[in-house]
Ligand binder design. Structure first.
Ligand code: GFB
Length: 310
């Protein structure tokens, strides 16, 4: 990727896409193309094709998608599979038709089977059944991976994928029903402290293990791979920072300075028991994350001051 090359970031208003734009700009890339979902409905094939005809991007980061936490995945099951498959299929097809040099598709660590051995190696894909709560989203993400692989094998298109672990950072979703655990707990603990509530309710048993990564590290790793990795298939992007949900709640409580009690709503699902990525491919190339979990949460909590719920 040269500094003048035209780069399309699909999904630039989201947490991942906006981090990519910030990083690319910091690195000096100026020829970045993006559209909001109001300007371009990525589920509309002809509209996507028109964008590629007009802009002729040379590189594509496919970070657009419908995303959410365990409850959103389990509730909006049809939207999660339909919207994601349509967006991926339209962009990957248009990238092929318009001879994009390289495309990087963002998957998710939930593509792996529920009971796969840990840490999760790339080869465990499709080795046993998926986690039921996010099966539609996982199937859509697996479809994206397979679309890229098929385009590489049939046409020689340099389209590949990355599998990020659970992410957090600026432009995250803080909706208490539909967000992921980290932003949800940050908001819950903050509101409980501010309003002097005696308890904070977290979902599930607290025993599931999750690996968290700041989105700035993800953006950095993705640009690194776009520049240096040139093989079909996909690469895990993890931080190695694994904690139980209970330990995460305690860490967030400590950062926020909340003294009350944590209680559990066990009517909410736990989801996958554990999903720790094996990131050896990336580490063997010399890339490592920079942001520690505590430091990342402190930074994000500081940024929350500008949000309406704070
Ligand atoms: O982050 P999260 O919603 O998604 O939930 P997943 C992680 C764990 O945190 C689950 C618990 O065990 C939740 O029950 N949890 C505790 C909470 N309190 C809360 C809370 O207030 N809000 C939320 N949201 N969770 C998603 C997948 O899985 O992760 C997606 O559904 C995607 O497909 C994404 O892969 C990265 O880590 O379980």
């Amino acid at each position: 990727m040269n500094i003048q090359d035209k780069i399309y970031v699909a999904g630039h208003t989201g947490m991942v896409g906006s981090a990519l734009v910030r990083h690319l700009q910091k690195m000096g890339f100026e020829n970045i193309v993006y559209r909001t979902s109001r300007e371009l409905d990525l589920r509309d094939q002809s509209a996507v094709d028109a964008l590629f005809s007009t802009e002729k991007p040379e590189y594509v980061f496919l970070a657009a998608g419908k995303v959410g936490g365990v409850h959103a995945n389990n509730t909006y099951r049809a939207e999660f599979i339909y919207d994601n498959i349509m967006m991926e299929a339209n962009i990957i097809h248009a990238a092929h038709q318009h001879k994009v040099k390289k495309l990087l598709f963002f998957g998710s660590s939930c593509i792996y089977p529920k009971m796969a051995p840990q840490p999760l190696k790339e080869e465990y894909l499709l080795s046993s059944p998926l986690e039921p709560t996010n099966e539609p989203y996982s199937i859509a993400k697996i479809t994206g991976i397979k679309l890229c692989e098929a385009h590489w094998s049939q046409y020689g298109d340099h389209f590949f994928s990355v599998m990020p672990t659970n992410l957090y950072g600026p432009n995250d979703n803080y909706d208490l029903q539909n967000s992921h655990v980290l932003p949800a707990l940050l908001r819950k603990f903050h509101e409980a402290k501010r309003d002097r509530q005696p308890t904070v309710t977290m979902w599930g048993s607290g025993s599931p293990m999750r690996e968290f990564m700041h989105v700035d590290d993800l953006a950095d790793a993705s640009i690194f791979l776009m520049q240096r990795y040139d093989k079909p298939g996909f690469v895990n992007i993890g931080s190695g920072q694994e904690v139980s949900i209970k330990a995460l709640a305690e860490l967030i409580g400590d950062i926020v300075g909340y003294q009350g009690e944590i209680i559990h709503d066990t009517t909410k699902p736990d989801g996958t028991p554990r999903k720790l990525l094996d990131s050896s491919i990336l580490h063997d190339m010399g890339w490592y994350p920079k942001v520690s979990l505590r430091e990342g949460i402190e930074q994000v909590y500081e940024e929350c001051r500008d949000l309406e719920w704070y």
